[in-house]
Every structure is written in structure tokens, then in C-alpha cells.
Design a protein around this ligand. Sequence first.
Ligand SMILES: *Cc1c(COP(=O)(O)O)cnc(C)c1O
Length: 722
Amino acid sequence: MIETPDVINQTTAIDSSFLPLPLRPLVQLSWNYWWSWSADGTSIFRDLDPDVWDECEHNPRELLARTSDYRLMQMATDPGYVEQVQRLSQRFEQYMAKPLARQTGSSQSGRSLISPEHPVAYFCAEFGVHNSLPLYSGGLGVLAGDHLKSASDLRLPLVAVGLLYRFGYFQQRLRRDGWQEEHYGETYPEQLPIHRILNEDGTPLMIDVLMRGRAVHAQVWRADVGHVPLYLLDTNITENENIDRLVTGHLYGGDRQTRIVQEMLLGIGGVRLLRKLKLEPSVFHLNEGHSAFLTLELARELIQSGLPFTEAAQRVRERCVFTTHTPVAAGNDEFDSNLVTRAFGPTYEQELGLTHEEFEALGRVNPKDSKEPYGLTPLAIRMCRSTNGVSRKHGEVSRALWQKLWPESTVSEVPITHVTNGVHAPTWVAPVIRSLYESYMGGDWSDQVRDKVRWEQGIAKVSDAELWAAHSLLKQRLIAFIRQRSFHARTERGESMQYTESARKMFDPSALTIGFARRIAAYKRWNLLLKDPDRLLKIIDSADRPVQFVFAGKAHPQDQGAKLTLQQVAQWKYDARVQARAVFLQDYDHEIAHELVQSVDVWLNVPRRPLEASGTSGEKVAMNGGLNLSILDGWWLEGYDGTNGFAIGSSAEGAEAGDVDASDAESLYRVLEEQVVPLYYERGSDGLPRKWISMMKRSIVTLVPEFNSDRMVEEYLRRIYS
Ligand SMILES: *Cc1c(COP(=O)(O)O)cnc(C)c1O
């Protein structure tokens, strides 16, 4: 734990007396998300009562509260189970007992070195730590969750700040005609493994921010992610007016005005929270521009203590770093100036010692152009000492996109660098694959995940038959999952008896299985695959070399075009010949992502270049032995080497969008027909696809040591934070 003065991290004590003695260690485990990436963590909670586990969205606190007394006693008197609980609990205590790292030496710039007293403060609008904490919408949040876990594993002193959304992101359901409907579940903090932060006198700690002319109060929760505390601001309290209680209502669901006050709460409220916790971070990391207002709050503090704005801004810059994730100008957060004026009011500008005009100029590319909207990316770039994209290509794209902020520089001189995204191996690797890694690379394989030589030596020892057997088991699990989910979805939609029943037998565990799960956004080009339906049908409907597709993904609630695309995909699978070989799993989330990335043979990605900033799901697939079939964009442009997966199209520049779509579709079909399908079905006398398996091994050995979040966090520490 990060040591902080007493008041501060005070929370209500954990009570475990409601459980039989042998099971009491489960209570402490349930309060720290460490269990979710430890070997056996999931299975130990699930085994307590698998039905309740599924009913409560894999939330262990709920599980412990709802499991029947009789079941608890059965497990408490099962020596095998109790021993597992003890072992997990010991491993947790060992993990937490290791002290956090501390940078030694002296800092030249006068900034403080990173230490438990001066941690990295990591700000993000969404965090995808686990399915039971629904505070994320997709890639950005899951990446942030993986960042925290690696920071914890590496013992990097880091605290995280985000918002506790009462309704989170929407849950997706498809109507019978394939149209997407959105549902919002409510999050009840009392049921989650999160502590309310209290003052010394036991009252809830409160943060106030003046927004829209009213003081808005937020209480604060803390989720523990290993060593990393994740603080979550929450305005849903009776002291606030109803509209202000909804500031932390929906993630990306509200209007522009809600969005700006959310971002004020995150940035300004987040800094005020850290002050109340008596934390003096050495670095503030703005993960995407949503938290950019934090730089204004840091400046305001300095100005209140007597510095002029320019000097204060200089000091703020020394402590702030910014990661941009958006390769298109339109994707960056922008606000009309009247929205900014209304949300902030005059007081804040005065406290910054700025005129209204000067205040607004901070968010413009051209400070003098009063018609320009207020952009959080220009603000963040201006107020941070470092800006980075999330892959090499995205670094390049960002330099071109934001060169206008450095009119004196050429594009290549623009000081924007990149740190390629990676994913957290212990979170994403399936238990059966993990156990192979443990056998051949040692129990500490995940601590050494960046060691290339160890991967080469370890994977060389795994036999083809063993790797194939593990992968085939995972595929069988996936197909059972697909059948179960489809059966329920069809029942819920009131589909015909025959169609509903057919779900029980759909899909073939021996057929080549391709996963395609991503947001339904124009640049992800969902329609590319369906460009020539007859040709595609030929590929999937082959009698001796069948191919099956699993789809998943959400359309933004306000994106009618995306919903139409989804409807087309959903209706395509009503074609009788397609039905047996294509399925859409609704409500793509952390859990479905786990099922898919651990089990598919091939992971397809067809973004329009160069709009995939990085992408991370393909990295999760590689860790599990799956192969990538992707456009050369984002991380795959760095990862692909000709032997470790498949490339669609070329990496050449130019050509109009229409032409690119046509030629990329042609390339996709050709690679499927000429490379992927033949290689998968080329079997030896023992039935093993030897060449395919050797490509799986190449994929693991070349990609895992590079595209993991330990490498990413370590690179942030070395190149960006320090
Ligand atoms: C990993 C992950 C993503 C990111 O996937 P990309 O499409 O590769 O960016 C999105 N959603 C979930 C649930 C994930 O687990």
C-alpha cells in the first residue's frame, strides 16, 4: 500500500465474520482486484457457487453475500478447496508485502523523483479493470486497466483517478430485425469491492467543484488494483441538485454540456482529491484529453500562491505528460465557447489571472482565432511537457495532425513521440495456456514477460501436439459459450422454436474459426468482409474446408449509420447457408473479449489506414496462440514480420478511400482463400496442422515479449515519466 497520512485513506473496516472460519480469507481477496489476474483467482471464486457467480457478473463480494449457508459450509468442510483458498491468500500477502520501487539519484529539473510519496497520478475517463466494475466502454478503458495492473506488478508507485458512473456504458441487445437497443443497468457502489473514503471523524470525504454556477459535491471511492489505488469521484449524493447528481451518470452518453462538466470534475476535482489525500505526484499522466482541465487546476494553485500565469504554466508543464489516442481531428473533444463559459463561469478565469479571451485561447490551435472551438487536445499539448501517440505509425500521424501547433517546425520536427500499447499478460492469457507457460518457462513467466530469449527457449520446448491440444480445448469452450449465449439470446428475442433450438448444435469445433469483434465505427470497415457476399459464402460454405465467423461489437447510441451496418450483418446471418457458420454475440465486454481472444484461430482486423491508433485485441490473441489477419496499421505494422501471422493489403501510402476499400477487400478474400484456409487444413498423418502450429509459435515468440503492458509501462517510466 502507498503510505499516506492517516486521515486520508481511511475507509470502513472489512468484516469477514459472516463466513465460516476456513473461508474468511476470501473476504480480503474479494476486496482487491489482484485475484482477477492471479492464477486460480477466478476459479476459486467461481467454484464456490458457479450459478451465483454468473448471476452476479463475477463480482466476488456479491458472490460471498449471496451464496447459501449450506453451500458455504460444504466448501468450508472441503479440505481441497480450503487449501486452495489458503494458498491464494498467501500469494496475495506475499504480493502485497513487496515494497514499491523508488527512483534513486537526483532529478536535474527540480521535479521530485517517483516514490510512494510522489507517485505518478494517472487520469482517465474510463477504466476497464474487470467485468464487475463497469466503468469502461472499450479499448481506452481496458488499456487503462492493464496499465494499472502492470504498474502494480512492476511496483511502480502510481495512483489512478477516474469517475464512478452510476449507469456506466450501455448494454447492447439486438431486436429480431437486427436493430441495436441500449439498456442501462445501475451500478450500486455498496455491492462493489470499493471503499468510500472517509474523513478522520468518519464522515465521507467530499470534493467540491464550482460548475454551471453551483458548487457540485463528489464523494470518493477507492478500488484496489493490486498495489494501485483507483480513486473514483461520484456526484450521486443527496447534497447535489438532481441534474448535478447525473454528472457521473453515463459514460459518453450525455450531451455536450454534461460532457464538459464531467471533464471538469475529473480534471479539477481529481487534483483537489489528491490534495486532500496529501499526495504530491511527481508526474500527472493525462491518458487522452478528457482530463486536460487538471492542468488548469495545477496552474490555479500556483497562481493563488503568487506566481504569474506564464510562470505557473511552465511549472505545470514540467509535471504533466499527455497520451493522445485519436488519429482523426473530429475524434478530439471540442466545445463551443459558450459551453465553456457557462460551465466554468467567471470565477475560475479570475483565479487564473486571465481575461476571458486569454482563457479561451488556451484551447485553440490558433490563439487569435475566436471562431475556433475549445479543444482539449490543444490544451493538453500546450500544458504538457510530453505528448505521445500509441504506436509508431500513430506517432507519425499525430505529428502531422498537430503540426499546426508548431507552425515554425516541419512535421518531422514536431515533438510528439510514441509508446506502443501493450496488454497485461496475466489478465488475458487463458488458464490452460498459462499452465503451459508455467511448465516450460517457470512459475515466474509473467514477471519475465519482456524476456525474448526466455520465450524462444520456452516455446521451443512445447510440443506441437501439446499446444494444439490446449488450443483445441479452448475452441471447444468457445463453441459451448457461443451455443449457450445464442440460445439465451434467441429465447429472449422470441425467435422461432426451430431457430432457437438450432443454437444448441451450431458451429463446429474443428472448423477454422475467425473472430471479428470491435466497435462499429466507419473506419473499422465492418462492411469490407461483406463486399462480395457470394465470394465470402463460397469460402465459409466449403464442405471439406469450412470457415466460421464470430462477430461482436457495439454501435455508439447516436450513430445511426453504424446501427444500420450492424443490422446488415445481423440480417446476413439469417441467410440459411450462413446461419450455421456465422454468429453475432451481443453486448461485447471484458468477458466476451476473454472468451474470444483466448480461443479463436484467427483474429481479423480491417481498419482504414492509418486510423487504427494502435489496437490491442490482436495482442491479446497472440498471447493465446491465435493468429492475426490484419491490415498493416497500428501495432500490427510493428508486429508483423512475414512469419507470425497474415497481412491484408500493403503498407504503401496514397490512393483514394474508395479504391483502398475495393483493393483491401480483394486482398482480404485472396489471403483467406490462398493462405489462411489452405494452411489451416494442411494436416499430417497425425491430424496436426504442423505449419499452422509453427506459425502460432512464431506469433507467441515474436509478439508477446514486445506487445505486453509491462513493456509499455516500463517504457513510460523510462522515456516519459522520468
Ligand atoms: C481489448 C479490448 C478492446 C480494444 O480492442 P481493439 O479493437 O483492438 O482496439 C475493446 N473492448 C474490449 C472489451 C477489449 O477487451
